[in-house]
Write a protein that binds this ligand. Structure first.
Ligand code: SAH
Ligand code: SF4
Ligand code: F3S
Length: 485
């Protein structure tokens, strides 16, 4: 008898990838995936703890699932991911109808733990060791991955996939739970990574996004040789079938020359760099323990603009971090203006119990001030996004077509014209009219119009604009020139 699995995933790309693995392993045990929890006998929530809001959402879903469990006591409800590792036993206390709690480093146990819970063995837990709960080797070992298990049907498109190259994080930014929930930073071996990329290419995958919390800090030492991200990119570039390589998220201090050279020289390598700045104030960066100054970040941006003039850079910001004054917030505004990010993800500071910031600094910026700062930064970023997108009008870009746009929905048979969406090598979203046959292909599109987040164009048989468009920002250019003096 098959089982029916419903899985809900929140959080970052790591969680999306983890859910793919979980589904792959459960399919191997005769589970079928369903998209309505009412039709499932196993309900899994893959959770995130990065902000309070993400946790509240899960506890509210768990509240609603209580009735399901009352109606069908044999149904299994599981909480996976970062919140499972962080809250552990507390989840059973707050939601007694939960059957299993499994952290991101123990997901290889998932099928067995479900089976035990189903056979009446009671509540099950699969957790990694805390960062001070034993010898370093054991702690590292307790954060495992079972990455080679892949399920192409779980991906948003069959030709795009994530590939984890690094687990955990050792940066310990004072506001962040990730070093606790995902454990110590560990690079996977290059052999494993390349082998997995080959499997993905054989499954028809054209675009691989390498994942790591600080992906450009990746290193793997073996036999006297250290492999870094740039070396991996050279190795992956040689795989037939793979046409694009991306990597997220970058840590500003580790953006070294080798990596920028690889990004410049390898045609498959995306010219998109997500390098979160977090704040434009040196005092705040120090309190966040980010390990760089605004001047360091500027210097990095100059090197990026010099080596990769057409690259798009995006950032994350936290507004309303403990003690952030209006003046300090305005320094973040200034940096958005100066760096002209392609886009920025902007978050209101959310105090996380157990972090250094929660221990050391009061969360003293009122919520309405956080909200106003968030909106102000978003509005500026949107205006910059639109201005920079305008500069693409009349140029031709190469678009990897991902599928019908939201507007087109599911309509249209094979030959019908419908609105498609895809991305440029700089990760810009492009919509244009085409046919389903173009999905998964890289097509040239001439840009006719734009919004802050989207380029709007049409497929061209012949190119009628410059091939590669480079956005130069006057302020940065000036600084680069000054720094050369
Ligand atoms: N490893 C990545 C991102 C991890 S979390 C990096 O270092 O860039 C993604 C983003 O969430 C962070 O970049 C940060 O902007 C935000 N974030 C993390 N903890 C937060 C908190 N406590 N409150 C608000 N935003 C937070
Ligand atoms: Fe969190 Fe900082 Fe690590 Fe990113 S680098 S995951 S923000 S501790
Ligand atoms: Fe959230 Fe864990 Fe990712 S806390 S952001 S799911 S690493």
């Amino acid at each position: 008898m098959p089982h029916f699995l419903y899985i809900k995933t929140v959080g970052c790309q790591m969680n999306v990838l983890d859910s793919e693995m979980v589904v792959a392993s459960l399919r191997g045990r005769d589970y079928e995936l369903v998209d309505d929890p009412r039709n499932a006998d196993t309900i899994l929530l893959n959770t995130c703890s990065v902000r309070q809001h993400a946790e509240d959402k899960i506890y509210s879903i768990l509240g609603r699932l209580r009735r399901y469990k009352q109606k069908g006591p044999r149904k299994i409800i599981g909480v996976l991911g970062c919140m499972a590792q962080k809250d552990q036993q507390l989840i059973f206390e707050r939601a007694p109808h939960v059957d299993l709690v499994v952290g991101p480093g123990q997901l290889q146990q998932i099928a067995d733990l479900i089976e035990k819970a189903r056979s009446g063995a009671g509540r099950q837990m699969g957790l990694s060791l805390g960062r001070r709960d034993g010898p370093a080797r054991e702690i590292r070992r307790s954060h495992e991955t079972f990455d080679p298990l892949r399920d192409s049907a779980m991906r948003p498109t069959p030709f795009q996939a994530y590939l984890r190259i690094q687990i955990g994080c050792d940066k310990f930014c004072t506001y962040c739970v990730v070093p606790t929930t995902r454990g110590p930073e560990q690079g996977r071996s290059p052999e494993e990574i390349v082998a997995e990329a080959r499997i993905l290419a054989d499954q028809g995958c054209k675009e691989i996004t390498l994942l790591g919390q600080t992906v450009n800090s990746y290193k793997y030492a073996s036999g006297g040789k250290t492999t870094r991200l740039a070396d991996l990119l050279y190795a992956l570039d040689g795989i037939d079938g793979v046409e694009r390589l991306k990597f997220v998220t970058n840590y500003p201090k580790d953006m070294n020359a080798d990596l920028l050279e690889a990004a410049r020289d390898l045609p498959k390598c995306s010219s998109y760099l997500h390098v979160p700045l977090q704040s434009g104030s040196n005092r705040i960066l120090r309190h966040m323990k980010r390990g760089y100054t605004v001047e360091d970040y500027r210097e990095m941006m100059c090197r990026v603009r010099e080596m990769l003039p057409g690259a798009a850079v995006s950032s994350d910001f936290i507004v309303g971090f403990c003690g952030e004054t209006e003046d300090e917030f305005q320094q973040s505004v200034e940096m958005v203006r100066e760096c002209r990010f392609k886009n920025s993800f902007i978050f209101k500071y959310s105090e996380r119990p157990g972090t250094k910031a929660a221990d050391l600094f009061p969360d003293d910026v009122p919520d309405d001030v956080k909200r106003r700062r968030n909106n102000e930064l978003l509005a500026l970023q949107a205006a910059i996004g639109e201005e920079d997108n305008r500069r693409f009008i009349r140029s031709t870009v190469e678009v990897l077509v991902e599928g019908p746009s939201k507007k087109a929905g599911k309509q249209g048979s094979e030959g019908d014209t419908l609105q498609l969406t895809g991305r440029t090598i700089c990760d810009r979203i492009v919509v244009f009219d085409g046919t389903r046959r173009q999905i998964g292909e890289i097509v040239p599109v001439t840009i006719r119009d734009c919004t802050a987040h989207t380029l709007i164009g049409e497929v061209v048989a012949e190119r009628d604009g410059p091939d590669l468009f480079s956005i130069e920002t006057p302020a940065l250019r000036r600084q680069c020139e000054e720094s050369r003096l």
